[in-house]
Write a protein that binds this ligand. Structure first.
Ligand code: UDP
Ligand code: MG
Length: 308
């Protein structure tokens, strides 16, 4: 049993999901049993609750459940990476551990997968989340699709099926700051989207608050595009053009009409304006520089504490 390659590997990141794990396991196994042989890889991303204990219990009852436990919280996308690194199945299923992506939708995705697609994305028909979350998420995808330079289908859930080919490419991408959605789209393999049900989170709390979502958006954009770096060039060009025109205009007024130039407020405002833009641009540069530094350090992506 151990050595046989399963038809499916289901990879699930888990961070403080003790309330969801039992239901997740029972619903998922009843779906998977009908599809073929499978392994379930649960990656405990440094949970502070009983999640890891529950995963261990599941493993002793059912050896198809495998577990990876991180030494601390490394983040959602890194947890997925660790799961992918261990996945051996012929098709890889990804899903979140909070049951917002119902496991019952997997057969629908698999039907498309059998038609020969390498990536089958679950797209949410209707999102069941608090209004603020919906709005920030909308903004997130808007910015991302506009600036990332890769075709990332909007409204994706984490529920998806990947082929072995995609898996191999992803395993070779070892960048430190990872945005899984973008990395998959970047591979360019043929993909298709399937509408799936999206449920509200019934138990436990969402781990993405607004600052975290912003961080992710910034991460996502900067890891797929260098457009923000070019903003400085454009803003610089435009503002020097404006100041040139303004300069000519004021000199003209002074020479031909002898109108004194009123100045204090406008000077203060423009100093702050230009100063602000400069600091903003420095910040963007700094962000890329910091990112480069992080990549150059080549630290391991995650640290495994325990493996079952
Ligand atoms: N998650 C994780 N590490 C983290 C944050 C989240 O492994 O640092 C897991 C979490 O347990 C869940 C999935 O990632 O299975 C998605 O998280 P969440 O439901 O909080 O995100 P949302 O659906 O609110 O965007
Ligand atoms: Mg969720």
């Amino acid at each position: 049993m151990e050595d046989k390659i399963p038809d499916f590997s289901v990879v699930i990141p888990i961070y403080n999901e003790e309330e969801n794990i039992p239901e997740l396991y029972s619903r998922l196994t009843s779906v998977m049993e009908k599809l073929g042989s499978y392994e379930i890889i649960m990656v405990d991303d440094g949970s502070k609750d009983r999640s890891w204990e529950l995963i261990r219990e599941l493993h002793t009852k059912d050896p198809r459940v495998k577990g990876i436990s991180f030494s601390r919280n490394f983040g959602h996308h890194i947890a997925i990476t660790a799961g992918l690194d261990q996945a051996r199945g012929n098709a890889i299923i990804l899903m979140d551990g909070d049951l917002q992506d119902p496991p019952e939708e997997i057969p629908k995705l698999y039907e498309k997968f059998r038609d020969g697609y390498d990536i089958v994305y679950g797209i949410r028909k209707e999102r069941h989340d608090p209004l603020l979350k919906k709005m920030t998420s909308y903004l997130f995808w808007l910015i991302l699709r506009r600036f990332s330079g890769v075709d990332i289908p909007a409204g994706q859930t984490m529920l998806r099926i990947l082929s072995k080919r995609v898996l191999e490419v992803l395993k070779g991408m070892r960048e430190y700051s990872r945005f899984i959605h973008g990395m998959m789209a970047w591979t360019g393999f043929n993909m298709i989207t399937v509408e799936v049900q999206h449920d509200p989170r019934r138990k436990g709390k969402s781990k993405y608050n607004i600052p975290r979502l912003f961080k992710l958006a910034f991460h996502a954009v900067t890891s797929f595009s260098t457009v923000p770096l070019r903003i400085a060039t454009y803003v610089g060009l435009i503002s020097s053009l404006i100041s040139l025109i303004a300069g000519v205009y004021f000199i003209y007024k002074k020479i031909f009409y002898n109108i004194p130039i009123l100045g204090y407020a406008s000077i203060i405002v423009s100093i702050f304006f230009v100063g602000g833009i400069q600091l903003l641009m420095l910040g963007i540069f700094g962000e890329y520089l910091g990112r480069t530094y992080q990549e150059v350090q080549r630290r391991p992506l995650y640290i495994i504490k325990e493996f079952i």
